[in-house]
Design a protein around this ligand. Structure first.
Ligand code: FES
Length: 203
C-alpha cells in the first residue's frame, strides 16, 4: 500500500486504557502485568507493562494506547513509508538516532524498530519540545496539508515541530530530539508488551 492509498477516512486514533479495552470492540486487548507485590498497588498501576494485540490494526493507521499515563503509538508502516526513511537524512537533526536517551539500543537503526519486525513502529506520542501530542500526517505531499515536499510523519500543532515516520525530528523546529521509543518486546508479530525489553519476560 502506498502512502497515497492510506485512506484518511479509515484512519482512526484509538485511545485505549487498560480499564476500557473491553468497550473498544475492535479486538484489541491490553492487560496490566503485575510484576511484583512491591511497591504499592498504586505504583504498579502507574507503571505496569501493558500487553497490546494489534492484529486488527490496518496498515498505515495510527493506534494509540496508554502506558504509564502516556500515549503510546503503534503503526504498521507501508513499504512506501519504509523506503522514504532512507531518503531524508539531510532534513533531520539526528537521522541515525545517536542520542541514546531517545530509544532503547535495540531500536537504534534506520526505521527505529526491532529487527525482526522493522515495519512496526512503537513510540511515545509526546513532543520532545514541551510535551504536546503531535498529530499524524501520514500522507506525503499536498494531501497531508503539510506542503508538497512533506515526506509523511507527525506534526506538533503547539509550536510546529515535525517528525518523520520513525519519529526523527526535522531541522529548524523547536523540538530538540527525536521522539522517545519505550521499551517493548514482541510476543508475536501482532502482540507486544510495552514496558519490558526483549528477554525480560516475567514469571
Ligand atoms: S510542544 Fe511540540 S512543538 Fe512545542
Amino acid at each position: 500500500m502506498s502512502d497515497q492509498n492510506v485512506n484518511k477516512g479509515r484512519r482512526r486514533m484509538l485511545i485505549l486504557t487498560t480499564s476500557a479495552i473491553g468497550a473498544v470492540g475492535v479486538g484489541f486487548a491490553a492487560t496490566p502485568f503485575i510484576l511484583s507485590m512491591m511497591p504499592s498497588a498504586r505504583a504498579r498501576a502507574a507503571g505496569a507493562p501493558v500487553e497490546v494485540d494489534f492484529s486488527k490494526l490496518d496498515v498505515g493507521v495510527l493506534l494509540t494506547i496508554e502506558w504509564q499515563g502516556k500515549p503510546i503509538w503503534f503503526v504498521k508502516r507501508t513499504d512506501a513509508m519504509m523506503k522514504k526513511l532512507g531518503t531524508i537524512a539531510d532534513l533531520l537533526v539526528d537521522p541515525d538516532s545517536d542520542v541514546e536517551t531517545q530509544q532503547p539500543a535495540y531500536t537504534k537503526n534506520l526505521p527505529r524498530s526491532q529487527e525482526k519486525y522493522p515495519y512496526i513502529s512503537v513510540m511515545i506520542g509526546i513532543c520532545t519540545h514541551l510535551g504536546c501530542v503531535p498529530l499524524d500526517k501520514f500522507p506525503v505531499g499536498l494531501a497531508s496539508g503539510m506542503g508538497d515536499d512533506w515526506p509523511g510523519g507527525y506534526f506538533c500543532p503547539c509550536h510546529g515541530s515535525k517528525f518523520d515516520m520513525a519519529g526523527r525530528v526535522f531541522k529548524n523546529v523547536p523540538a530538540p530530539t527525536n521522539l522517545v521509543i519505550p521499551p517493548y518486546r514482541f510476543l508475536s508479530e501482532t502482540r507486544v508488551i510495552v514496558g519490558e525489553n526483549p528477554g525480560e519476560a516475567k514469571a
